[in-house]
Design a protein around this ligand. Sequence first.
Ligand code: NAD
Ligand code: ZN
Length: 1602
Amino acid sequence: MAALTDVQKINILGRESIHCGFHLVPYIVRTVLTELPASTYVLITDSNIAKFYFPAFEEEFDSTLSGLTNGSHARPRFLSHIIPPGETSKSREGKAVVEDFLLLNKCTRDTVILALGGGVVGDLVGFVAATFMRGVRFCQIPTSLLAMVDSSVGGKTAIDTPHGKNLIGAFWQPEFIFIDAALLETLPSREFSNGMAEVVKTAAIWNDSEFNSLESRSAEIFAAIQTPSTDYAGRSRKTRSLAQELLLAVIIGSISVKAHIVTIDPTEKGLRNLVNFGHSIGHAIEAILTPTILHGECVSIGMILEAELSRQMGILSQVSVGRLARCLKAYNLPVSLVDPRIADLPSAKLITVERLLDIMRVDKKNQGNDKKIVLLSRIGATYEQKASVVPDSLISKTLSESVTVIPGIPSFNPVKMTTPGSKSISNRALVLAALGTGTCRLTNLLHSDDTQVMMAALSELKGAKFEWEDGGETLVVHGGNGSLSVPPQGKELYLGNAGTAARFLTTVCTLVQKSPADDAEMTVITGNARMKQRPIGPLVTALRTNGSVIDYLESDGCLPLSIRPNGLKGGSVQLAASVSSQYVSSVLLCAPYANEPITLELIGGQVISQPYIDMTIAMMKSFGIEVSRRTEKDTGKLLDIYDIPKGSYQNPSNYSIESDASSATYPLAIAAITGTLCTIQNIGSLSLQGDAKFAREVLERMGCEVTQTATETTVQGPPIGELKAVEVIDMEVMTDAFLTATALAAVANGKTRIVGIANQRVKECNRIRAMIDELAKFGVSTNELDDGLEIMGKPVEEHKKGVSVHCYDDHRVAMAFSVLASLIPGTILEEKRCVEKTWPNWWDDLQNKIGLEVKGVELSTPSVSFSSNAVPFKSVVLIGMRGSGKTFIGDLAAAALHWKFIDADDHFETVHKIGVRQFVHENGWPAFREAETKLLQDLLNQQGHEHVISLGGGIVETPSARDLLKDWVSEGGVVVHIARNIDEVIEYLGLEGSRPAYGEPVNDVFQRRAPWFAECSSHRFINHVEAFVEGKIVIDPTDTKRGIREEVARFFNHITGVAANLAQNLKPGHNSYFLSLTYPDVLLALPRLEELSAGVDALEVRVDLLRSKEDIEPQGKHIPSEAYVADQIAALRRVTSLPLIFTVRTVSEGGAFPDHARKEVSSLLNLAISLGVEYLDVEMQLPEQTIRQLIARKGSTQIIASWHDWSGRLKWGSPEAQAMYDIAARNGDIVKMVFTASTMLDNFDCRAFALKTNNRPGAKPFIAINMGAVGQLSRILNTTFSPVSHPLQPSRAAPGQISFAQVQKALHLIGELPATKFYLFGNPISHSLSPTLHNTAFETLGLPHTYELLETAEVGEDIKNTIASPDFGGASVTIPHKMNIIPSLDQLTPAAKAMGAVNTIIPKNDSSTRLLVGDNTDWLGIRGSIAARIAVGQIHAALVIGAGGTSRAAIYALKDLGAKVIYVWNRTHDRAEELRVSNPDVNIQVINELGNWPNATVSPNVIVSTIPASETSLEDKPGYLFYPASLFSYLDGPAIVLDLAYKPVETPLLKLAKMTASNWDTAQGVEVLLQQGYAQFEQWTSRKCPQGPVSRKVWEVYYNRA
Ligand SMILES: NC(=O)c1ccc[n+]([C@@H]2O[C@H](COP(=O)([O-])OP(=O)(O)OC[C@H]3O[C@@H](n4cnc5c(N)ncnc54)[C@H](O)[C@@H]3O)[C@@H](O)[C@H]2O)c1
Ligand SMILES: [Zn+2]
């Protein structure tokens, strides 16, 4: 059986040791056993491969060995060893495992090892063989394509170390290399492509005919591995299919080249370097992207970049670069870093020019500091027979994604050049020359998918022969005179997605005539899936009607087609030509070869694209065939009927393809703008291309001198700065050139109006918009028109310099702006690659043919700048519908910011001495709008700082007012849109009539203005006046603890940067936490929000989890509406001032947001900034553009720059992690990295990494955690914004998330949070509620601390020892020690100093020393209780009863609240007087009789009693203080009485208040105690006290005792 095996042998290093064929297992075993006698044969493979092939080898060895009758000798052994698949096996550890196996099995020097597998197995086993017993024999049986064509050939063996790949190894030649191509049938297709990269590489450097076949036969080559060969088909030549032959030929071709090179240069001294083509850059990319992206994939990109380098140096033609790229693409390989397979990876962000150059620095090929790269000179040859030295500057230019043009006079002036050939003309010329007789040299051909596919198909049909000359500049066509043959049976013509080729070739195939030698009956043309949907029906119908036999093989009207080789009959042909002119051209081009002359009649209505039909006819004429078009006899009107004579094309010896006229506009425009001369050869007055009119109709009118011959166009620009604006240019016939004209108009003197280009809105991008937006960056104003735009030209000097132009991935935008860039310094074109569509080497030509230097630029992230306090803050402008609450909110905002408020309506009245209503009545709306806009301008100029300006609702109706507002925002100002539910507005307006009525439904006005409000504002404040509209949001009003007042203060302080609402615990030495809210609707959380958020510093809103009731899908991917998100944020603001973290997590990051909805993510993040959200979680995987845009407008909002890795691949401490950190630190205010832990050790690595980076000077706050249950420890150890959950929440935000209390407990257990002791010093204190208060708080938060009583008569040893103890956490101080304690302390806070009393001791640990700080929070308790009822500044007069320590706190609080006068009553007048004297800055009046006020008009609306209630009475009896009802004579508004006594529950004072006046509110001492206790707790722990649970418990204990 084995005898039937056919193998081909290849010589390497003088021996025919490479044996190639199909199904070789028996052959291999037999050859090894006979040629390599040994005591032991060891087969080593990986488990993937073992699954498929191990049994066959084992069986073959067993049966062959057992058949051996071995007389005296022991029978050889067959052993096998299977290793895990993957690169990690190729390591020191992996090598040891294999060696141990061999040693354990007592393998000796005469062992033969068989390496069955890919490059991993081959490299590892080869290296083991090289050193085991000082070297044993081995054979390579490569199973992957890469291993077959590359790693198994050449004797290089190696393993990896953590320092790099392949760093330890040996040259060790295998005895045999068995290439069994049938093994490839199980190879995953991506791995196959991976190997094809090396195959293409080898052909590219060495063998152009090999390359031709790879280029044209990719589909067949793929098919060869995708069709399983049954019954060992292919083992013998006879049973081998065409596809198998082809596959083997490809492999052998590639191996032969490598074997040849290796033989000449076995140890890699020079020539062998050539096989490194694509590898210098490819390896650098691989170093960053491995293992996600495979070697061959990186090399594929590397080849293109290195080829571009060669092109840039003027060595390689664009045609060759294009062919290489198309060929690699055909094998599913990526050809650029912007390929989504790469650009979408998180690690793709790590690819920077600098990093790549850095990695390339250690390339083995380098010569000292000089990098060496293999330069291709054409397909199949290299520039030198070795790698060439290339300067870094050129490499970095090739690698960078953006470019800048250095302005100046083109150094090649006068420039004479051709621009890339026209695509349409290239396609036609190719068909004409192929069908013609004689040899034709085509120059300036645009080599594209279409031409490539067409050439391959025409060769296959034996219709013509093609050769490249001049390194690809010239295509030599040996015409076949219309003789074509059927391709062999089973061979289909594969056209990919090349549309023009498919149309033209359909008719070409009907020309085929069968000859007796042909085995096939039909010509089949097919394409890829997309091609199979594109229409071809009208053409097929026309040809069928004419007698051709054409069948649709799949769906009607589309490819694939089977066409019978009958020749084209001719005569009359009717064709529907309203869909595509290409059908017409197809028939015209082939018509001369029909059996009879053809009369082609176009039917079916309006003929589309007549110019292209004319173009075909004109070109046919150049090849000797004249088509005549019929006219109507009487009128001479042209008819759609054409007569084509029989004949054959006479090939001109040279045919130069006309340049693409749109491309030609750029060099011509550069001449125009730089005042120089440029001649474009190949395009002149005879051109049929519409854009050829650009020179005459645009440039000449702008002041250029234009000379045009039939085939050349020359433009001389006026001196710089003298281009003239043109009033109107209609560019309908040359729409593509409008971008070029617009760029010129930007520097012309005057206004240019360009019309007739409406279709340009639906090109690669909305080009009109794109030009407007990008020109604005230069400071050029424009107006958009229905069918065009107006450009207000501006002198060159006034253009903004250093503009970065976004190109919208549109070649025309990029090239048009490079015209402007040749004059305006520092202009950056952001995406240089977008020119690839029509002029891939535009940047090279700009430098090498025009003579303007082009430099690579790497876009740097704008530095994170922050408004400094030195400059005054810019005024805030409020806009919004009338009735939305602008005045109300503006007033509050101004008060909170301590700025001035201006109401524009009032201001209007002041300025115009007449009300708005009256003005409109007298002068009409237009006059009012004008006056209003003028006023706005003046306000912004004169009150531009530290004012809150509220504007009229209609201000946005005026475009110039909108511009003013937009400018204000773009200059860093704040414009807030006050948004209020429109129904509420309508209701509110019903009550108010001082301003002019709308005269139209309010709703319509609202709809019209809504987009304007949005576009003019930087922020949005949601004013839920009826906070919770019935039926929409249902909240218990008691949950809405915060008033609108507090939210206005938070919002405006934050967005202006006056006092950003940021978490305080982010500073070093503190731990901070955020709670992830995982509710679909945060309203569900509001009632318990306080409890949920206990201890945390911020709340995270997981926006991707939000789902409104209208969102039907309860689970899965989801994008919540912006309106819903805004409402949710507003709802949260009603109950909490904790900073919010806004997070949109995508599915692959563990969230619910669809992965590719990047636009939506970006709009949501922008919404968050508008809403004044404090923190934004921004994934670093988002497009660079988005990130930069967010940074640019974030204001006080901080960016958490985050990375998430779910794969578990990324390791802390790896260079990749470091690079990720660096990127995030550059972009964010806070860095967040979330990896996945696989073992506990990962948590320590995480901590170590964080400690290391945090120690760097100026380090940003850093969130470093691991996901997964194993990762929990990292959440405990993390110090910045640790995400926590809460047991009350429905679900956790991420696996492994634990609660705040759990974290504290865990920290305590591991010794990171020692328990400390807190005390109450005083006497008597046994009834104190303070232990209840603080111990409840500690317990709720999971803190290990305790609070106890220390009752002492004096401040003695007990207290002194206690406060000196290391576990002292802090103390409350009460009567009688509040003053006596002071000498034992180190420092007093201003409040304690002012009051001369201390109620709180806080130990502050300062590196080595510890300071005891005395504070007094009593006043905060009093202040809080009053402020909850009466607004700041509304205290007309206050009364303080008593003059002890506590009364000092009361006075301090009242002063802070702005009480205008404070009456003090005390039993002993002198002590009251003392109080007055010691508070000189407060208006204190001592009174002698309660209820009798010195100034009768001002009775107090606040009363604070600080004396024991047991000494008071409502009856006038001796020994008691009598309270008269006249205490409560204030009746005009809110008033409050506080009794600081705890006993009884209802003191006489409070009882009296309740009985006397309904406007008086009462507050018990416990309330004040609680308030000051909260403050105390916060001082000690830096955590908010969990007020709910604490107050519940304290009140409970209090009532139980009473
Ligand atoms: N020595 C050299 O000159 C040289 C040259 C190039 C590359 N290399 C080395 O080669 C290695 C890469 O080789 P590779 O791409 O073959 O990787 P590999 O060995 O890891 O194989 C790729 C994957 O395909 C599987 N596989 C291989 N053949 C299969 C088959 N026939 N059917 C099903 N699955 C199959 C493997 O199990 C593996 O999962 C790298 O370590 C690289 O450094 C060495
Ligand atoms: Zn390689």
